[in-house]
Design a protein around this ligand. Structure first.
Ligand code: 5RP
Length: 228
């Protein structure tokens, strides 16, 4: 069944609401970035749940939470979190993901790595058998971008610099972002390990080490809970 833009929004709201069940009152919570997470932030603000503080993965999520009265704390103040809630651009049958469509992959990976449980919230269109159809975001040090693009070309893929307003997009960390098309990532862990070693790569948008532990998938039949 094809989904209209409106129904996809409804599915995002549905999983955002379901994610409230994973929030532990009185604790720190890791919060991701993106349109699905925005729905989650709105749902959290509207709920009666009081958290100790949110560790944010982007300036955009920080601004949204602060505007809604959710306390945001620096990651430096927090050693571990029980839960990190975030969206994904793709999620495979093992819970490995492609992330970074919203350019926040580096901070997302850092915060996720300090959480015990990654709860992915996504509409059903994000579920794939093999990662790679969505252009893979790779955050890079600017001077390394041309060589990293050549390395992807040698793999048979095409990397392009993400632009905004005719200029290279600069991430929250002051770096550039490549989007890589033409990949079929059958070994997410191996791929993440390999590309992460390339000089100048800040973060590759494959989340295999920081894979999801639970996915709340919004389907036309309701929220499906998948545990990995
Ligand atoms: C941001 C991300 C997002 O989680 C991902 O792009 C999904 O976004 P959305 O919920 O808008 O579909 O990784 O860097």
């Amino acid at each position: 069944m094809s989904q209209t833009a409106t129904s996809q929004e409804e599915l995002k709201k549905l999983v955002a609401q379901a994610a409230l069940n994973y929030v532990i009152p009185g604790e720190y919570l890791g919060v991701g970035t993106g349109s699905t997470v925005n729905q989650f932030i709105d749902a959290l603000a509207a709920s009666a749940i009081v958290i100790k503080g949110a560790v944010s993965s982007s300036l955009a999520s920080t601004a949204r939470m602060q505007a809604l009265g959710i306390p945001v704390v620096d990651l430096a103040q927090v050693e571990r979190m029980s839960v990190y809630i975030d969206g994904a651009d793709e999620i495979d049958p093992k819970g490995c993901m492609v992330k970074g469509g919203g350019a926040a992959l580096t901070r997302e990976k850092i915060v996720a790595a300090q959480a015990d449980q990654f709860v992915c919230i996504a509409d059903a269109s994000k579920r794939v058998e093999v990662l790679g159809a969505f252009p893979l975001p790779v955050e890079t040090i600017p001077m390394a971008a041309p060589e990293i693009m050549r390395r992807f070309k040698a793999m048979g893929a095409v990397a392009t610099l993400r632009n905004t307003g005719g200029q290279p997009l600069v991430t929250d960390n002051g770096q550039f972002l490549l989007d890589v098309k033409g990949l079929s990532i059958t070994d997410p862990l191996g791929f993440e390990n390999a590309v992460s070693q390339w000089p100048g790569v800040v973060t590759v948008g494959v989340f295999a080490h920081q894979h999801a532990h639970v996915c709340l998938l919004g389907t036309t039949q309701g929220v499906q809970t998948i545990v990995y």
